[in-house]
Structures are given as structure tokens and as C-alpha cells.
Design a protein around this ligand. Structure first.
Ligand code: MF3
Ligand code: CO
Length: 247
């Protein structure tokens, strides 16, 4: 069952979304060569506390971080640590928050410093565009995999591969609700979309092959070929006025 949220629930989810957005804006500015990913997580924690909220990730199935920081060939679920960012890196930052019982989740991928290759910049650009191509399809009457298909079409038409092992998800009263939102699929299939559904759409797009593996830390997913990966995510609501981005 895909849950339909009331107006009041949508308001609460967008309050959580506001905190997520605030954190990503702050970290976007802070993510410069020389800073550690642990320091970025500390900055996130300060804002989380100030906003009377909590990390949706810390403790989730034993995940140890406040946020996820995934560098270069890391796809998702990188754990913040003492590694310093270097010019030329690309860094995905994923933030999930619970506030007053409701959840929001969003991710961005950033170029670090001024030495990022044209290839890496293009991967970031296309991954973000694929997210928005998916969001555009999040309207009542469409099918769920119309979203998936739009993401797949856009990224594959630029020669990239869509990660299969992780998917987006419904969100609201928990971090992960039904349905799963894959980033690949057949147009015109899947459950019918309805106003009041809230989805976290999150394409993970690889420069090389789509295969990923998990490092011995049990969390960090990396590309099998160690080529670059990018990740963008928004929490969105399907409304009578069209898709509404809540993060
Ligand atoms: N955005 C990811 C998701 O919704 C991040 C989860 S990290 C975890 O699945 F630590 F909570 F697993
Ligand atoms: Co998510």
C-alpha cells in the first residue's frame, strides 16, 4: 500500500525538508579542499540540534554516521571520517532528517575545488538533470515507472549506467516506505500515481558499468570498475498543482 498524506502531513514533511535543505546549503559552502568529511558531519549535527530534529540515518540498521559522504567511485552510504577533500574530487552528501515524527531525505553531488575534470562535471550535471526528468513525471495519473524510465532514458542517452542495487522510496512517517522507486523501468507500468503520495527519488548514475560492491566497512558502496558515480535526491509530493519538491 502506498500511503496518501494529508495536507497537515505534507506540511510536517516539508518542515523536515526545510532542515535538510538548510544542511545541504551549509555543507555545499563548507565542502572545500582540506576539510574532512567528519567535520562536515559535525556541521550537519549542529544544525540538526538547533532545528530540534534528529538524523534519520544514524543508527538505521546500525549505520554509524550522521550523514552519508560518498567520494568519487563511492556510490552511496560512505561514512564520514578523517579523510580530507582534495581539489578534483566529487563528493555526494546525503542527508535524512526526522522532525516531529516526519522524515525528509535529499542528496547532492558537488565538485570540490577547481580541478574537477570535464568528465566528472558532466556526470554530475546529467545525474541532476535525470533527477529533474524523473520529478517531472511525478503527476497524478502517470505510472510509477514513468519516473524510473525518464531517469534511465536521460542518463543512458548520455552513455551512463543506472545503478540497480539501490532505489528510491516512499517516505513520510518512516525513512523508507512503499513503493520502491527504481531508476530504471518501462514506461506506462507500475502503480498509478495519486495526489498525496510522497517519494524520495534518487538516481545513482555511473560513468562506467552499473555494477557496485560494498566495502569491508559493511556500508560504503563503490563502483566495481572504480569509475566515478554521482547521486542526487529530492523528497517530492505529488499534488494537484503538480510535483512539489519538499527538500
Ligand atoms: N538516502 C539513502 C536512503 O534513503 C540513505 C540511507 S543511509 C542509511 O536509503 F544509513 F540510513 F542507510
Ligand atoms: Co533516500
Amino acid at each position: 500500500m502506498i500511503d496518501i498524506k494529508s495536507e497537515n502531513e505534507l506540511r510536517l514533511i516539508s518542515e523536515a525538508g526545510r532542515v535538510v535543505k538548510l544542511i545541504l546549503e551549509e555543507l555545499k559552502y563548507a565542502a572545500r579542499p582540506g576539510i574532512t568529511t567528519a567535520r562536515l558531519a559535525e556541521k550537519a549535527e549542529e544544525i540538526i540540534k538547533k532545528c530540534n530534529s534528529r538524523s534519520a540515518f544514524k543508527g538505521y540498521r546500525g549505520y554509524p554516521g550522521i550523514i552519508c559522504t560518498s567520494l568519487n567511485e563511492q556510490v552511496v552510504h560512505g561514512i564520514p571520517g578523517e579523510k580530507r577533500l582534495s581539489s578534483g574530487d566529487i563528493l555526494s552528501i546525503d542527508v535524512g532528517i526526522e522532525k516531529d515524527g516526519y522524515f525528509a531525505d535529499s542528496a547532492i553531488t558537488l565538485p570540490i575545488g577547481d580541478k574537477v575534470s570535464e568528465n566528472a562535471a558532466r556526470l554530475i550535471d546529467i545525474t541532476e538533470k535525470s533527477l529533474y526528468a524523473g520529478i517531472e513525471k511525478a503527476v497524478e495519473g502517470n505510472r510509477l515507472f514513468d519516473i524510473s524510465n525518464a531517469i534511465q532514458q536521460l542518463s543512458e542517452s548520455h552513455g551512463y549506467a543506472v545503478v540497480r542495487d539501490f532505489v528510491g522510496h516512499g517516505i513520510g512517517r518512516s525513512l523508507h516506505e512503499e513503493p520502491e522507486v527504481p531508476n530504471w523501468g518501462k514506461q506506462g507500468t507500475g502503480p498509478r500515481l495519486k495526489n498525496g503520495m510522497v517519494l524520495a527519488i534518487e538516481p545513482m548514475i555511473n560513468e562506467g558499468g552499473y555494477e557496485v560492491e560494498v566495502l569491508p566497512d559493511g556500508w560504503t558502496a563503490v563502483t566495481k570498475d572504480r569509475l566515478l558515480s554521482a547521486h542526487f535526491e529530492h523528497t517530492i509530493a505529488i499534488t494537484e498543482h503538480g510535483p512539489k519538491v519538499l527538500t
